[in-house]
Design a protein around this ligand. Structure first.
Ligand code: HAM
Length: 418
């Protein structure tokens, strides 16, 4: 027996119908907000993620599925969607069209992480990216879209955390201050963070280790060191969120795990999820297009983990509509009846009537049990007698009422009944 690789999941019925539901609800709300779908390749040249996400990030340092293809090029299974979407936007010269461009995507991502509840090696994101506008109101639109999606599904008790992580104008000054402070307190940091002081000090703000958090609590805050432009942007974002009554918590230590962010960074969490409690996260990345394709194009977006969304729905006992029911189950008696029924079921399906038939030569009792299990609204019973009289018995499975209907009129009659 060969099992699926560690950290991957099969999505099998009835679970798959929940996925269909979540994806179709997402498509509806994306459409409502006027976002269009983009599909990019599952793999890209490794360089894209190295340059886009940043060399000194956990993703690029430790988590990428990278391999050489047969021609020796380094290929990576996408660990996230943003870098690919920016690459596509640039490569297809979409910046030449009227802006802004509003995209959404749904699909699998790959990260070699230690699997645990809510963290997998192949996981699925749905996300949005908006290009071509610096308007902070768009930051609020993107956040509102994500939150409204979750609320429409019936989720509650979600917390939105926001922060500004500055820009290349203000961040270097702040980083100098932060590094100075961290150097002074180096001995109180965990080993991992000691290493990070020079390489990526911002990530220390995000360390879950208690000893580090004591140091971080007293560290200088980026939002106190923003330049005029970043400060105005952050204030406008807060105003826009208040304008549409979205509550937020400012978390000065929210830095995110990817290096491309500028200005706005945000995360939506549900406390009941345990260690992996972020349902979606995102932010603004006004310098990423420059990094990838030397074009000055601002961007903002988020991505939501579908597995984590499902876990949250389970924790909150949110019902997902079940589409398992069947219009018709045809119960047959004998070979001849089965042939006639096979033709009939074909006609039902052509007329958009969801129908099923027995392929295991079960007894009549067994077929009626199948009809019940499949939640059929009606059963049509066809045997020798029915063939001779050219009539079938149609039974309403809920009420038990039965009636006889002419075989050549049955499709039309059932169409009216369902
Ligand atoms: P991220 O925070 O790395 O951001 O991932 C977004 C979401 O994907 C997380 O909040 C989580 O729900 C889910 N996720 C991440 N890793 C895993 C995993 N190993 N297993 C299960 N779920 C996971 C990004 O990916 C950015 N591209 C978001 C973005 C879009 N920023 C701007 N635009």
């Amino acid at each position: 027996m060969i099992n699926a690789p560690r950290g991957t999941n099969d999505i099998i019925p009835p679970e798959s119908s929940k996925w269909n539901y979540l994806e179709s609800e997402a498509r509806s709300i994306f459409d409502l907000y006027n976002y269009q779908e983009i599909r990019t390749p599952i793999f890209e040249y490794t360089e894209l993620f190295q340059r886009g996400i940043g060399e000194v990030t956990d993703i690029v340092e430790k988590e990428m599925y990278t391999f050489k293809d047969k021609s020796g090029r380094s290929i990576t299974l996408r660990p996230e969607g943003t870098a690919s979407v920016v690459r596509s936007f640039l490569e297809n010269k979409v910046y030449g069209q009227a802006q802004p461009t509003k995209y959404y995507y749904i699909g699998p991502m790959f990260r070699y992480e230690r699997p645990q509840a809510g963290r997998y090696r192949q996981f699925n994101q749905l996300g949005v990216e908006v290009f071509g506008t610096k308007d902070p109101m768009v930051d609020a639109e993107v956040i509102a879209l994500g939150i409204n999606y979750l609320n429409n599904l019936g989720l509650s008790d979600l917390k939105l955390y926001i922060n500004s992580i500055g820009c290349p104008n203000c961040r270097p000054h702040y980083l100098k201050k932060l590094k100075g402070y961290l150097q002074k307190n180096k001995n109180s940091l965990c080993d991992n963070c000691k290493q990070r002081i020079d390489k990526n000090p911002l990530r220390i703000l995000d360390c879950k280790n208690e000893v580090c958090q004591l140091v971080v609590n007293k560290a200088p805050k980026l939002i106190d060191h923003l330049c005029e432009e970043c400060n105005t942007h952050f204030n406008s974002l807060k105003m826009s969120l208040e304008n549409i009554e979205i509550q937020y918590i400012i978390d000065p230590n929210l830095v995110r795990g990817l290096d491309y962010y500028t200005k706005t960074a945000f995360e939506v969490k549900y406390d009941g999820l345990g260690a992996q409690d972020t349902i979606f996260g995102g932010g603004r990345y006004d310098k990423l297009a420059e990094e990838i394709g030397e074009r000055d194009i601002p961007g903002i977006g988020f991505a939501l983990g579908i597995e984590r969304l499902l876990l949250t729905m389970e924790k909150q006992d949110v019902e997902i509509p079940d589409d398992k029911s069947l219009d018709i189950y045809i119960t047959t008696i004998g070979k001849k009846a089965k042939n006639v029924s096979f033709k009939l079921i074909n006609q039902f399906r052509k007329n958009n009537i969801k129908a099923e038939i027995d392929y295991l030569d079960r007894s009549v009792g067994g077929q009626m049990k199948s009809a019940d299990r499949m939640n059929a609204t009606y059963t049509v019973i066809i045997g020798q007698d029915e063939l001779e009289s050219n009539k079938a018995t149609v039974r309403n499975m809920k009420s038990g009422d039965q009636q006889e209907i002419q075989l050549d009129e049955i499709v039309e009659s059932i169409k009216k009944m369902i």
